[in-house]
Design a protein around this ligand. Structure first.
Ligand code: DC
Length: 225
């Protein structure tokens, strides 16, 4: 008998661990969709930046939600994030947007606002969903849970290379400092802090090539599915 069970894979981990690159490649190989939930928090952050809302002012951030819509659409397997219907997929990738996303993601109302959207996508699609709280909060019953990490220095170096390739003049030290700050924010907030779920497999990609990381993730998924 054919099974039509929806398979959800939750991939959590700190900033710059390669979650998105590794998850995207593994999803492609498995025929699943790849869902980057950080893009949602980034879109809320970008909205705050555009409207000059202090991203550390929780009340102002919560109030900003009343007149925005955030959505994810998938075209040819590629995710796009829409803010009030506008594609902001490029604008959400700046260092300012990263920090704004980290700030707004600590606001409980923001997390509630984005919760159903994530659950809905997962309920309808075989997917690899990456974020900080997917295995712990959003999809506690996910078939597969992985905590993907790497050392802060290696993560900062990867992010630095990525930004430099895009023409950014940012320094490695700044990237490392930002990353350590974001790690602290993400893992010390009161709601849904970043932590490894008890039943998540640990995948530490320090010193691993991208190919090897993808292979390791696929292996973990295949063992469970
Ligand atoms: O994965 P990312 O770097 O694009 O995420 C941006 C920020 O969003 C990150 O600092 C923490 C927050 N985030 C979150 O709190 N929960 C998620 N599921 C995904 C991201």
């Amino acid at each position: 008998m054919m099974s039509c069970e929806i398979i959800n894979v939750a991939v959590d981990g700190p900033a710059g661990a390669g979650k998105s690159t590794v998850s995207r490649a593994a999803a492609k190989a498995m025929g699943y969709i790849y869902v980057d939930t950080g893009a949602l928090y980034r879109a809320v952050g970008v909205n705050a930046l555009r409207n000059e809302i202090d991203t550390k002012d929780r009340q102002a951030v919560a109030e900003s939600l009343s007149d925005i819509s955030v959505n994810l659409v998938f075209e040819n397997g590629e995710q796009k994030v829409l803010l009030n219907g506008e594609d902001v997929s490029a604008e959400i990738r700046t260092p300012d947007a990263s920090m704004a996303a980290s700030d707004v993601s600590a606001v409980p109302k923001v997390r509630d606002f984005l919760f159903d959207l994530q659950r809905n996508i997962a309920s309808k699609n075989n997917c690899i969903m990456d974020g900080r709280d997917i295995g712990t909060v959003v999809l506690p019953n996910a078939k597969v849970k992985v905590f993907l990490t790497a050392s802060p220095e290696e993560r900062a170096m990867r992010r630095f290379r990525e930004l430099s390739e895009k023409g950014s003049t940012v320094k490695y030290e700044e990237v490392l400092e930002d990353l350590i700050k974001r790690d602290y924010n993400d893992s010390h907030r009161e709601v849904a802090p970043l932590k490894q779920a008890d039943d998540a497999a640990l995948l530490d990609t320090t010193g691993m090539t991208l190919e090897k990381s993808v292979e390791s993730l696929i292996k973990i998924i295949k063992e469970k599915v």
